[in-house]
Design a protein around this ligand. Structure first.
Ligand code: GLN
Length: 552
């Protein structure tokens, strides 16, 4: 069977959830025995999102092979249980970069280099590369942006050419659109969808399936109208209502028959779908027995997408522990040693988030100190782990001036320091310690118990490390280095003993949590936080009883 390509475009407005629709369709096809991958084509000029501010772009998702990519790739991995790579995310910046590099090398043999055919050819070659690997039955391609945008045009044209080149029978276009409800008229409106399909058609693309985002049920009359004016079959008008959880979308799409329409049109050979595991997970997410509050301390908390993989990892870990994890978003800028107890009084666990730069560091240090001293489960990720180490060096080891050279180049005790190979780097993009590295986990530690394995792989994205010349001071004072990178002798995990759960990790465990494989440290952290919540409840009750006894 030759590889089939499904292109997913979006119309009317952004934020319709194209990534989730792609991931959900991918999940349904995987459940029917197909080998699927998803590629995201982004129409911006940045070569990758690695240099973008989280406020601009949300989280930067890092793949095993160290690519800094769009956060939709996280959805693809979490839904499909696949690993993606550099090839799964291509931006306009990368396309132009490659074309200009080739031009400088003389590869175009004196030709005038143009958007058509050179840019469109380059786009096609990136799409075909995944298909030609022989690893996939289906390549789903999500085209970022909205149809009609100037910057999307070369992608739409590339898709048109590719459909022509590999044959219509091997390709499909799914168009995601909006059918808004006008409360004043009490009606669903199809005109925006008609316009967006018209715009797509003007570029030479006719959608095969329309997925309509809507807040209300699309009845037969509306569906007929959409089908007729947009030139698709009635059964190819798919309703997409808001779901209880993004993880429910595959089931909703299955009910609507999206996967069956795709399978029929592309003549895919499939087996009986097996979604048992998935359905069990969604039930656990939607009907938890209990709930807990965990603080997420970070400086981008107004923009939840900056921590997308962390919030998803909590959903996975919550399902394993049969509880809902409520995230209390805590702005690190506002935290001080004075207000931290008050700010964190309602939580049973504290996570200090990854990040860059000095803003909010003192607040993060206050959160670490509070969690360590009050024996509240603590999880530090990347910068959060570095803060845990700095706090320990200052307040337990007695190195008051200790710091990371990221925040104070002249600190007397640079307990966190820039890596040797990072010192002379000038380019900002793609130059950190990125991607998958090994970590050897020490026997008898919390991390080892959580992982149940000695050697694990986790993904990285940072320039600074625990300073190997000074780390003796930490161990002398009881900090446990519970995970080490065997090749470079770098500290990967730290723990504090005599504490219910205090773990800091230099890597990003959230990036490898999927529905089918929840990340072990997240699962164990939630478990410890649940245990702590029970204790908190007991103490509150005791306190109340005592107060009553005192009164009588
Ligand atoms: N700023 C820190 C470093 O570069 C931590 C990075 C992160 O949290 N991802 O090492």
């Amino acid at each position: 069977m030759s590889t089939k390509y499904i292109f997913v475009t979006g119309g009317v407005t952004s934020s319709l959830g194209k990534g989730i629709i792609c991931a959900s369709l991918g999940r349904l096809l995987v459940a029917q025995g197909l080998r699927v991958t998803i590629q995201k084509l982004d129409p911006y000029i940045n070569v990758d999102p690695g240099t973008m501010n989280p406020y601009e772009h949300g989280e930067v998702y890092v793949t095993d092979d160290g690519a800094e990519t769009d956060l939709d790739l996280g959805h693809y991995e979490r839904f499909l249980d696949i690993t993606t790579s550099q090839e799964n995310n291509v931006t306009t910046g990368r396309i132009y970069y490659d074309v200009i590099t080739k031009e400088r090398q003389g590869a175009y043999l004196g030709k005038t280099v143009q958007v058509i055919p050179h840019i469109t050819d380059e786009i096609q070659s990136h799409v075909l590369k995944l298909g030609q690997s022989g690893d996939y039955d289906v390549v789903l391609v999500e085209i970022g942006g909205t149809v009609g945008d100037i910057e999307s045009l070369p992608y739409i044209e590339a898709v048109r050419q590719l459909r022509y080149n590999v044959g219509r029978a091997n390709t499909l276009n799914i168009h995601l659109t909006l059918v808004p409800y006008l409360a004043a008229a009490g009606e669903l409106k199809t005109k925006p969808t008609q316009h967006s399909v018209k715009t797509l058609s003007e570029s030479g693309l006719q959608p095969d399936i329309l997925v309509c985002r809507t807040e209300h049920h699309l009845d037969e009359t509306i569906r007929r109208k959409v089908a007729q004016f947009c030139n698709v079959d009635l059964e190819d008008v798919i309703e997409s209502r808001d779901a209880r959880s993004i993880y429910e979308v595959p089931m909703l799409m299955q009910e609507e028959g999206l996967d069956q329409r795709v399978i029929e049109k592309l003549k895919l050979k499939t087996k009986e779908p097996n979604l048992d595991n998935w359905i069990g997970f969604v039930e656990a997410v939607c009907n938890p027995s209990g709930e807990i509050n965990i603080a997420l301390v970070g400086k981008y908390v107004e923009h939840h997408d900056s921590y997308k993989s962390i919030t998803e990892a909590f959903i996975h870990a919550g399902a394993v522990n049969d509880c809902k994890v409520n995230i209390n978003w805590v702005q690190s800028d506002h935290l001080t040693d004075e207000n931290v107890a008050e700010e964190l009084k309602d939580v049973s666990g504290v996570l200090v988030a990854p990040g860059f730069g000095g803003r909010g560091i003192s607040g993060k240090l206050a959160a670490v100190k509070y969690a360590r001293e009050s024996k509240i489960p603590f999880f530090g990720i990347c910068l959060g782990m570095q803060c845990a180490v700095i706090e320990y060096a200052r307040n337990v080891c007695g190195w008051e001036d200790s710091n990371s050279t990221e925040f104070d180049e002249n600190t007397e005790y640079p307990i966190i320091d820039i890596m040797h190979d990072q010192k002379n780097i000038e380019n900002m993009g793609g130059t950190m310690r990125l991607g998958k590295y090994k970590c050897k986990v020490v026997e008898g530690t919390k991390a080892r118990k959580a992982y149940g394995a000695e050697l694990v792989d986790e993904r990285h994205r940072h320039r600074y490390e625990v300073n190997n010349n000074l780390r003796y001071k930490l161990t002398e004072n009881g900090m446990v280095l519970s995970g080490m990178n065997p090749e470079r002798d770098l500290v990967e995990i730290v723990e504090v003993e005599d504490h219910p759960w205090f773990v800091g990790v230099q890597f990003h465990p959230e990036l490898r949590s999927t529905v089918n494989n929840p990340q072990p440290l997240f699962v164990d952290f939630v478990k410890a936080s649940l245990k702590h919540a029970k204790l908190q409840k007991k103490y509150t009750k005791l306190k109340k009883d005592n107060a009553v006894a005192g009164q009588s």
